[in-house]
Design a binder for this molecule. Sequence first.
Ligand SMILES: CN1c2c(nc(N)[nH]c2=O)NC[C@@H]1CNc1ccc(C(=O)N[C@@H](CCC(=O)N[C@@H](CCC(=O)N[C@@H](CCC(=O)O)C(=O)O)C(=O)O)C(=O)O)cc1
Ligand SMILES: N[C@@H](CCS)C(=O)O
Ligand SMILES: [Zn+2]
Length: 776
Amino acid sequence: MRTHNLGYPRIGNHRELKKAEEAYWSGKTALNDLVQTAKEIRRHNWELQKNAGIDLIPCNDFSYYDQTLDMSLLFGAIPDRFHGLMQQKQLCDIDLLFAMARGYQKDEHDITAMEMTKWFDTNYHYIVPEFKANQKFSLYSKKPLNEFIEAKSIVENPKVVLLGPISYLLLGKEKEEGFHRLDLLSNLLPAYLELLKVLDENNAHYIQLDEPCLSLNLTDKERAAFTKTYQTIHAKFPHLHIILASYFECYGDNLSTVLELPIQTLHLDLVRCPAQLDDILATNIKDKKLNLSLGIVDGRNIWKNDFEHSLTFIDKAKAVIGEERILVGPSCSLLHSPCDLDLEKESTSLTADIKQWLAFAKQKIDEIATLKALATGSKDAPILEKFEANKLAISNKKTSSLIHNPAVKERIKAIDASFSTRKNPFEKRRKVQENILKLPLFPTTTIGSFPQTKEIRNWRSQYKKHEITSELYDLLLKSETEKTIKWQETIGLDVLVHGEFERNDMVEYFGEQLSGFAFTQNGWVQSYGSRCVKPPIVFGDVYRPNPMTVYWSSYAQSLTKKWVKGMLTGPVTILQWSFVRNDQPRSETCNQIALAIRDEVSDLEKAGIKVIQIDEPAIREGLPLRKENWATYLQWAVNAFKISASSVEDATQIHTHMCYSEFNDIIDSIAAMDADVITIECSRSQMELLDAFADFNYPNEIGPGVYDIHSPRVPSEEEMVDLLKKAQKVIPTENLWVNPDCGLKTRKWDETKKALIEMVQAARLMRTQVPIEANI
Ligand SMILES: CN1c2c(nc(N)[nH]c2=O)NC[C@@H]1CNc1ccc(C(=O)N[C@@H](CCC(=O)N[C@@H](CCC(=O)N[C@@H](CCC(=O)O)C(=O)O)C(=O)O)C(=O)O)cc1
Ligand SMILES: N[C@@H](CCS)C(=O)O
Ligand SMILES: [Zn+2]
């Protein structure tokens, strides 16, 4: 029996990578400083896994931005718009990678970034490969080889992790008509073979090919592509040990294809799909040579592994295929886990009771090693002590009084259809709202957050460390809010926002105020590029002890005669971006959060807030990976949103906001949410997304994002007018709002100001082009 890991978090224990990257981007440090920080993180990770006794340690799981983008650069799939820049500036690989991810606007160059979207059902975002017809691929960079050589100096036989060819293609997008990206396989496969040859020549033996698309519903053609690809790889490199890894779901109807592939090891996510072990063991696997990687330590959540439970899986597999053919590992890469629980001090939120139930990446690595020791009959005292401590923690959690709250459970039981129905249909509400809000055509607004400057983050940091008083912190935030309200008035935005300066993060902020949640001091997880989030932990029944946002929304509204949007995160997004309990269905936890948000919506309404936005950017992300499970999820997710939004009068306008996901397949559910207005990220796909709304005849109002907020580049009035005209072709003018793609928290003020001024001008211009009677 051996242990392995599918990937380790690459941000560093204290987000060293983020800090080094942002310092480099702002010109404060040199490239070499960043390169050294990255090296140090990799060395730390490898040594940690080696010291824990992991047998196969991954390399090339590091990335400066995103592992999918790395593959595009590795194989030279660099969109044409970057070619001039490459020739003229002779950018090194890292700079080119950053330009592709973030866009490039300097000197005479003005190049848009590549698209970014959610990685399966996670809160991690990848950069979408762009393909043209007859896209060529060849080895452009040496990253996997370099990292293999580097790892070899620290660990024995590092395992090279690569995104597999089929998933790489399927995760990309055709940027020209007339071909399907899978048609590019014949161009791509030789480049993969070339890479494997180089790795082979340098004595790499273990290659982990991640093919997470095997967790999706595939066509026969796609399955055939897997067969062809892995047969080709095997024919060329029969001596390489290929570990094929999919995760986040069952192999489902792809299982029989996968079991016939000429690979050495198949990885199973036994956390998301425990049943597939029995299915596989019931086949003729015993008579094959295939090894099984048992992914039994949850890479997507922070709960301690239940050793007794996990050992039943290992024993079952052992009985059929024998110890030698088993690898023990995490369910997926630990990229989605925070780094190290040891860095957490016990606090009033993360109490000793709760802390004993948790395991972060470092602890999970130790769990994997301990499980192997236990499964192979170790009688070492420290191992047996760990087993006893584990049993105790697991049983403590099952019986803890911290978790269950009868009042919350009663309230959940009382939910009926009236909780999720507005008083009147949209058309009726719309008239009432028009009379009160009196907004022009093409009303302008923003999505909520304004720049979270270093200064603001420092105030919060000082406040948390008691270096400044709560009164001073409050005053500082108020002055920032006031400045932002005044500035929005000056440039002529129609519906204002308070700026969300008081929030560290849109989910963590609510988690900090809701009972049943705990939060960490350092539990960072990469979200995209250098950006990280600290997901709060739902450990028990959720309720809202006090109003959470009324203070800031009321303050902002008191400063202006214009409408200020109340700003909330929706129940599905809070659920999706938190680490949630595994002892009850997600739908139940979601309903508990929905009731808490419902109370907040009612309080905002009572405080005179007329427009309330309930963000649900993660509703698509929570969609099960297999279509057969969609309907159940969508039913409870949409219902939870409606529970949170439906207590209000017709006069209160409910907005929702969604971003960075493929929404086309769930348009009917988005419509069923019945928000009066939806603002949605659209600009990177040049309004393509709106076709789905148009095809569906989406009845309510829509604000398609007119500029990309993930790039520092400032859009021009003309390009936004062009996008709005495109939108106008498919959506009735009276339904259109004008707004950026998402919140502005990651932007700098100068970029924000320039971009929003252009945006307001674009809306004004659009108004002048509408027949007079429609404008009244
Ligand atoms: C909308 N998005 C979000 C997602 N998930 C969330 N949970 N939240 C989201 O907003 N998923 C989809 C997208 C992903 N987008 C983003 C966008 C931006 C970020 C981001 O900016 N993250 C910040 C961390 C934010 C935070 O929690 N900050 C804290 C701590 C600040 C800090 O580090 N303080 C320092 C001192 C100050 C300094 O030197 O900077 C310290 O304490 O040492 C806070 O504001 O209090 C990031 O920096 O990565 C994430 C996802
Ligand atoms: N209101 C949030 C939504 C982000 S998806 C923001 O503006 O940052
Ligand atoms: Zn957003």
